[in-house]
Design a protein around this ligand. Structure first.
Ligand code: ITT
Length: 191
């Protein structure tokens, strides 16, 4: 089975991506290649931060890998929290991030939002990017027990929040899934 390193420290991302990739690829974690550090994310866009993480791991550990950067973009907040999604409320705590969003969205009629994932693959030193976008709206309260991050306040077209989907279903329909399917199609041809 082919091996590929997923350059992330977020175990929820690994769980979701393994559901889709595990039949064809053995996903190696950063810890498996001796990387125990926080990856650099110094830019102002999801695309640039995604590229930064994969290129950092490729150049430091000399190994083919992919990373992903993702975030929640809310129309009426001009795309916030966006690139700052992980620590919007000041820390990495999902509840304080969601509380800040709910506070800023109080009384707002336009509640349109999307999740976005940009995967960067670095294969033989060459960079490729794949983007997945999932549209929805921001709820007025948290609902659901599954998932992570902003899932309890992200409402899908069918009225359920993303946190009401169990791992298997979220892994198949999410922004991450949309990007991963492009990654798989590319790797099938080029790896
Ligand atoms: P790595 O950089 O190590 O991959 P991270 O958690 O720092 O992990 P990001 O910088 O990409 O990841 O931050 C993404 C944040 O966006 C994440 O912490 C959540 O708050 C939110 N997010 C991303 N995908 C999500 C999803 O599927 N459901 C809910 N929230 C999500």
């Amino acid at each position: 089975m082919q091996e590929i390193v997923f350059a992330t420290n977020n175990s929820n991302k690994i769980k979701e991506i393994e559901v889709l990739l595990s039949a064809k690829f053995h996903i190696k974690k950063l810890i498996d290649i001796g990387c125990n550090e926080e990856l650099p994310e110094t830019h102002h866009t999801i695309e640039e931060n995604s590229a930064e993480k994969a290129n950092y791991v490729y150049s430091t550990y000399k190994i083919d890998c992919f990373s992903e950067d993702s975030g929640l973009e809310i129309d009426i907040l001009n795309g916030e929290p966006g690139v700052d999604s992980a620590h919007y409320g000041g820390t990495r705590d999902a509840n304080s991030n969601m509380n800040l969003v709910l506070e800023k969205m109080k009384g707002k009629e336009n509640r349109k939002a999307n999740f976005k994932t940009v995967i960067t693959l670095v294969l033989n030193g060459i960079q490729h990017q794949f983007t997945g976008i999932l549209e929805g709206t921001i709820g007025t309260e948290k609902r659901g027990l599954y998932g992570f991050g902003y899932d309890p306040i992200f409402v899908l077209k069918d009225g359920r929040t993303m946190a009401e989907l169990m791992l298997d279903e979220k892994s198949r329909i999410s922004h991450r899934a949309i990007a991963v399917k492009q990654l798989i199609a590319f790797l099938d041809i080029n790896h």
